[in-house]
Design a protein around this ligand. Structure first.
Ligand code: GDP
Length: 430
């Protein structure tokens, strides 16, 4: 049984917590896209951790954690991340890395920095982890697969060829030091040594696991609105954030994905530039940012303050639809307990017309939020385990949003911990 845990919005919806929670009853957790540019925050018995490459199940002894072929693999960072867990007494996790996974090269990170410098104020707000140059090279067919680390002849020939083209850009566009293929070869040898214990034919491993009836979780990074095709292009990430891509990025048949859990946060936050229709500013935003998530809404990787906004029904309805949602996990609801009234964005006004359909990027820039205020519940809801025990206004908030987005909210998260979850029967669940 394969389940995907993905985001409906701009990322940071709390996928890490939901994956970590579901991992208790799973066997395998797979990362299928993205790289070390975003992070998941997990709170458990060992403490609070920010994961960047490792899937969120790594804290359980029974879980096999897999880095699928769709991931941008930064080998030194992966090794460092594993060490950061074992240094804090987490038992050494069982990790497998696809032999078809491609490697983030040191020059990808440099190119990311140089390009941001060159673009100045017009930059895309990259985290400078090398992700965009990595995926550009992957599709330009000059990327390096993990398997290639084990063939020195291929490596030498390809490094020489790649350096030739990269050096023209380095010298003439960026005016930066050029690459030395010999130095890179030495780095690749180090990478080989670091990654060797984890390399595996992942799609074949998963094929067998599925036949054996194992439960596999596919863990997405970011959310629908950062998808390069369906998101707010060009302010998107470089690999697909959709559950459908989980099949490709893990190497399994699409029909094996039986449950798609789309994580939606009870308010909005976003990092980086791009249209954000329900965005709020000033003291209102500061207060929500300070109270948000678990210890404030600041980037898990970069520490950047996140942009804040009210819940956006238009973006979330679209986000859930594109994911192919079977279940919505509605998170961080506890944070809203301080508000007398809670505005929710129920439509976009574009050129004088109100719509509930998420527009293409050029129209999105012009969209203004249509807000509806719902009554707050003004109390702490952490610790509540039964849906019926939530305050009436709180249930009303959940049910109003469910109706607007048109997908069943079957889980409500009311705290950062594994046990802070309320299961709910939804009238929309088929
Ligand atoms: P992800 O990338 O989608 O996993 O999201 P992040 O980890 O960036 O952000 C989620 C943040 O919210 C983390 O700090 C979580 O510990 C926290 N969190 C998750 N669910 C809840 C919840 O229901 N309530 C509260 N207060 N915090 C939560």
């Amino acid at each position: 049984m394969v389940k995907a845990v993905v985001g409906a919005n701009w990322g940071d919806e709390g996928k890490g917590k939901i994956t970590d929670m579901l991992a208790e009853k799973a066997d395998i957790v797979v990362r299928f896209q993205g790289g070390a540019n975003a992070g998941h925050t997990i709170v458990n018995n060992y403490g609070k951790f920010a994961l960047h490459t490792l899937p969120s199940g790594v804290f359980y002894g029974h879980i096999t954690s897999i880095i699928g072929n769709g991931v941008a693999l930064n080998i030194p960072l992966l090794v460092e991340e594993i060490k950061s867990l074992t240094d804090r007494d987490v038992p050494k996790p069982k990790i497998l890395v696809s032999d078809r996974c491609q490697i983030v090269m040191p020059y990808h990170i440099l190119f990311d920095q140089y390009e941001e410098e060159r673009l100045g104020g017009k930059s895309f707000g990259s985290t400078k982890s090398g992700i965009a140059p990595f995926y550009s090279d992957k599709y330009a067919k000059i990327g390096f697969q993990v398997s290639e680390l084990f063939d020195e002849d291929v490596l030498k020939e390809k490094l020489a060829r790649v350096c030739e083209t990269k050096n023209v850009t380095l010298e003439h566009l960026y005016h930066k030091p050029i690459l030395d293929p010999k130095e890179l070869l030495a780095t690749m040898r180090q990478y080989r040594e670091m990654i060797e214990p984890y390399v595996c034919d992942v799609s074949s491993y998963l094929d067998q696991a599925i036949k054996d009836g194992k439960t596999v979780l596919l863990e997405g990074q970011l959310g629908t609105l950062k998808d390069p095709d369906h998101g707010i292009y060009p302010m998107v990430t470089s690999s697909s954030t959709l559950a459908a891509y989980g099949a490709i990025g893990a190497g399994i048949p699409p029909y094996e994905i039986k449950q798609i859990i789309t994580v939606c946060k009870a308010y909005s936050s976003a990092v980086g530039a791009g249209a954000f229709v329900s965005e709020i500013f000033g003291d209102e935003a500061d207060e929500l940012r300070r109270r948000g998530g678990d210890g404030g809404e600041f980037g898990a990787t970069t520490g950047r303050p996140r942009r804040m906004g009210w819940f956006d029904c238009v973006a979330s309805k679209y986000g859930c639809r594109l994911q192919g949602t079977t279940d919505v996990a509605f998170t961080v609801l506890d944070v809203l307990g301080y508000l007398d009234e809670i505005p929710v964005c129920v439509g976009y006004e574009v050129d004088g017309q109100v719509t509930t359909d998420f527009p293409v990027s050029c129209k999105l820039e012009k969209a203004k939020p249509v807000l509806k205020k719902l009554p707050g519940w003004k109390c702490e809801i952490r610790g509540i385990k039964k849906y019926e025990e939530l305050p009436e206004n709180c249930r009303h908030y959940v049910e109003f949003i469910e109706e607007q987005i048109g997908h069943p909210i079957t889980m409500v998260s009311n705290g950062p911990g594994r046990d802070d979850i309320i299961y709910r029967e939804s009238p929309l669940k088929k």
